[in-house]
Design a protein around this ligand. Structure first.
Ligand SMILES: Nc1ncnc2c1ncn2[C@@H]1O[C@H](COP(=O)(O)OP(=O)(O)OP(=O)(O)O)[C@@H](O)[C@H]1O
Ligand SMILES: [Mg+2]
Length: 270
């Protein structure tokens, strides 16, 4: 396995002890459904935290709450030292949604120019903005495709354009919703290498969702979710050790069984 010890853990703006995200008694209701139930966890800065769990467990809902686009959120949810949704967080968070949108009839560079202008309307000199765009394109390794129409890119290349958009403002927190879904193993590996690079070189915090358990092994920390609850908040090594499991997938199944047994025991003592 790769060694990620070199990843810095102190944040760029000098408050090493403050986590990137702190949730306590966090609840979210969507429609009539109680989707997130009493979550309490922290996401440390400068690291990659994986948000894992089966389809429908609430990963996207939690990410939406963190970036401030989710309604009916109650409890505590602090992001980079502010309540989630605080206006000052807008440029400090990069968010790539599960169905990222890029404009097919624009080139890669034109897509980024467009989003750079929205992010920074009239504030920077045009050439500084162009530098940010060029850097973001290079970061996701699309320099040789910068002038290709987005509509003519492969699926993996398109998802890297969305990632470049999220990188534009040099965010302190990157929230990526299933960024590797549908990609081949080589691209998945390359993207994970890129995520580690972003954490290491920029000191950024990454929160990345997936329902592919083998991706869990590539994270510094894991939040394992099931049915709107956090089952575990730990490092992959500690999780495997605690459950006496070979893989994170086996550890997850162990915790699911444990939670089910605890629920049954509670029922019978009632
Ligand atoms: N707009 C909505 N209105 C009501 N309920 C919703 C809405 N969107 C999602 N839900 C419900 O909230 C729960 C969590 O959904 P969410 O999208 O957060 O799951 P997820 O873990 O991201 O799943 P996936 O892995 O499939 O993306 C699901 O039970 C879903 O049915
Ligand atoms: Mg989702």
């Amino acid at each position: 396995m790769m060694n990620y010890d070199a990843v810095r853990t102190d944040p760029p703006d000098g408050t090493p002890d403050e986590p990137a995200v702190r949730a306590d008694s966090l609840n979210v209701v969507r429609g009539t459904r109680h989707v997130l139930r009493d979550l309490a966890f922290t996401v440390p800065r400068g690291q990659i935290t994986g948000l894992l769990g089966p389809s429908g467990c609430g990963k996207t809902t939690l990410m939406r709450a963190i970036v401030g686009t989710q309604a009916k959120v109650t409890g505590t949810l602090d992001v980079l030292g502010h309540p989630a949704g605080h206006p000052s967080l807008r440029t400090r968070i990069g968010y790539v949604t599960q169905a990222p949108s890029v404009y097919d009839d624009l080139t890669v560079r034109q897509n980024l120019d467009y989003f750079a202008a929205i992010l920074d309307p009239g504030r920077s000199a045009a050439d500084r903005r162009a530098d940010h765009v060029t850097r973001a394109i290079a970061d996701v390794d699309l320099t040789s495709h910068a002038d290709a129409l987005a509509g003519a890119l492969s699926g993996g290349q398109r998802s890297r354009v969305s990632l470049a958009v999220a990188l534009l403002g040099a965010p302190d927190l990157l929230v990526l919703d299933e960024p590797t879904v549908g990609l081949d193993p080589v691209l998945r590996r390359d993207l994970w290498a890129l995520f580690h690079d972003i954490a290491a070189s920029r000191g950024a915090t990454l929160l990345i969702s997936s329902h592919v358990m083998d991706e869990a092994e590539r994270c510094h920390r894991l939040l394992l979710m099931r049915e709107g609850r956090v089952l575990a908040d730990d490092t992959p090594d500690a999780l495997r050790a605690r459950t006496d499991s070979e893989t994170v997938e086996a550890a997850f199944l162990h915790l699911v069984d444990e939670a089910a047994a605890a629920a049954r025991a509670k029922e019978t003592t009632r």
